[in-house]
Design a protein around this ligand. Structure first.
Ligand code: ZN
Ligand code: ZN
Length: 359
């Protein structure tokens, strides 16, 4: 390691439920074989972070040691043994998941569904979830999960690739190329807006976005939705979808809200014989008219995480100017003001959509 790299660093550490603190003396990690050490420049706060802070997560490192943050980008400062894919000074974005590379799923490319999830000894890691992540000055990650950032994308923008990568993976999972097809996205939060961007980037025909918050729907229109449905004002959103699609429904629907009503709207809006894809997590079980799905040959798919090297594609969309983050990455704070950043994100202060921390 070069002399310029200090022995200790500033980092956020999770000490218990709702107890996350800044420390100034966490040891800087050393990159192992196949890993690089990155000087973190930006790290987004995600709904998953809120879940981990408020409830914990079974596969996370112990309280008192664990540094979260899985949506990060920075500059390579040291290379572990065998690394020749990157050099010191490279600007990199990460995808959180690095599969074990040895299980049945990893061998066939399904590394976000790794059968050794959380087993560090077998080579799996999910940055900021099962190992330390980017709410710190430095972090290590494996070369498999790092992507060079194009020159015209900055570090803050590059934190968006994990979210946009999930949306690209959802588009891929739901059947691949989409040019000219009509899609419905329900839920204009970060993942729903990323979904709109992905669909737009893949040249979907009509992109219908439905949700309850006008400000968020407006951003959806800005990033590519061709039709907006405000569920609060429009008492019959399904009728609106049918009107827009000439009664046939949508070739693709994406539930990015994870609620009872959103599932039902997606299901009934899906064209006969076409897929409904669940992109967001559900807070609780929802009753579902599966009979409708069976009778109409509607395939129900799910995605979790980025998968399919889609962070690379997400970076490309951003570099091509096809995924504008200017109204999505609304706030930045230095690491020292993490508490304020977290409060801004959780309580959606000042119209906050995504909040990015700068270590
Ligand atoms: Zn996330
Ligand atoms: Zn695996």
């Amino acid at each position: 390691m070069s002399a310029a790299i200090p022995g200790t660093m500033k980092a956020m550490i999770l000490y218990g439920k709702n107890d996350i603190r800044l420390v100034g003396d966490k040891p800087v990690p050393a990159p192992g074989p196949g890993e690089v050490l990155v000087r973190v420049k930006a790290c987004g706060i995600c709904g998953t972070d809120v879940k981990i802070i408020t409830k914990g997560m079974p596969t996370m490192p112990p309280y008192g040691q664990f540094t979260q943050g899985h949506e990060w980008a920075g500059e390579v400062v040291a290379l572990g043994p065998t690394v020749d894919e990157f050099k010191v000074g490279d600007r990199v974005a990460v995808e959180a998941h690095k599969g074990c590379g040895r299980c049945r799923n990893c061998i066939s490319g399904l590394y976000t569904a790794c059968l050794n999830y959380g087993d560090l000894g077998k080579g799996h890691r999910a940055s900021g979830m099962t190992v330390d992540g980017g709410f710190a000055e430095y972090a290590v990650h494996h070369v498999n999960a790092l992507f060079k950032i194009p020159d015209n994308v900055d570090f803050v923008q590059a934190t968006w690739v994990t979210t946009l990568g999930c949306a690209m993976w959802a588009a891929d999972t739901s059947g691949g190329y989409l040019a000219g097809d009509t899609a419905l996205v329900v839920g204009p939060g970060p993942i729903g807006l990323a979904m709109v961007q992905a669909l737009k980037g893949l040249s979907a025909g009509k992109i219908i976005l439905a949700g309850t918050r006008k400000e968020r729907l407006d951003i959806g229109g800005f990033v590519g939705a061709t039709h907006l449905i405000n569920i609060r004002e429009d008492k019959d959103p399904l009728a609106r979808v049918m009107e827009i699609t000439g009664g046939a429904g949508c070739e693709r629907t994406y539930d990015c809200a994870g609620a009872n009503g959103s599932f039902e709207l997606c299901l009934r809006s899906t064209m006969r014989g076409h897929p409904l894809t669940l992109v967001s997590f559900f807070k609780e079980p929802v009753p579902a008219a599966f009979d409708y799905a069976v009778l109409n040959g509607i395939q129900i798919m799910t995605v979790r995480g980025e998968g399919g090297i889609n962070c690379k594609r997400a970076l490309s969309l951003m570099s091509q100017g096809k995924a504008d983050t200017s109204r999505i990455l609304t706030h930045t704070f230095p690491l020292e003001r993490f508490a304020e950043a977290y409060d801004t994100f959780v309580n959606r202060k000042g119209g906050a959509m995504k909040v990015v921390v700068l270590p």
